[in-house]
Design a protein around this ligand. Structure first.
Ligand code: 4NP
Length: 156
């Protein structure tokens, strides 16, 4: 079983989008028994809340259901559970490095390392307009494909 944790700041926009998109790809390929997915935020502002309604709506239009997801905060013990801990931006990554145990043997890095798109960070759409949410979905769909290929190689 490979376990993947997607992390952003609030766990209501970017990381739930990654969670829902990647889950849909894993389900579609029948890999549900082999890949476990979760998401979290480095901040606690929105703990217990569902995804932002704009993220949910734009995801729904592309066929992804974010409705079961609830925000939680990333904690040190996540490093003992997850094989891949993937940050949406450099700030999230820096906050995760502060939680990372010295002996973490998994992969901590940027989610967009798994796409050939030119961006390295998924921009925070929270204070912006609709285009920001569509852009998050474009980046997340591309990186999810790359991540799934990597994990399938790991599992092979
Ligand atoms: P996320 O977006 O990190 O993609 O979930 C944000 C959500 C909420 C806030 C910031 C970013 N906030 O400041 O409340």
């Amino acid at each position: 079983m490979t376990k993947v944790l997607f992390v952003c700041l609030g766990n209501i926009c970017r990381s739930p989008t990654a969670h829902g998109v990647f889950q849909a790809m894993v389900d579609e390929q029948g890999l549900n028994d082999f890949i476990h997915i979760d998401s979290a935020g480095t901040a606690a502002y929105h703990v217990g809340n569902p995804p932002d309604s704009r993220s949910s709506e734009f995801a729904r239009k592309r066929g992804y259901d974010l409705s079961p997801l609830r925000a939680r905060q990333a904690i040190e013990s996540d490093f003992y559970e997850f094989d891949y801990i993937l940050a949406m931006d450099e700030s999230n990554l820096m906050n995760l490095r502060a939680l990372e145990p010295e002996n973490y043997a998994g992969h901590l890095g940027l989610f967009l390392d798994f796409t050939a798109m030119p961006e390295s960070e998924v921009p925070d759409p929270y204070y912006g307009g609709d285009a920001g949410f569509e852009h998050v979905l474009d980046l997340v769909e591309s990186a999810s494909l790359g991540l799934l290929e990597q994990i399938k190689r790991d599992l092979a």
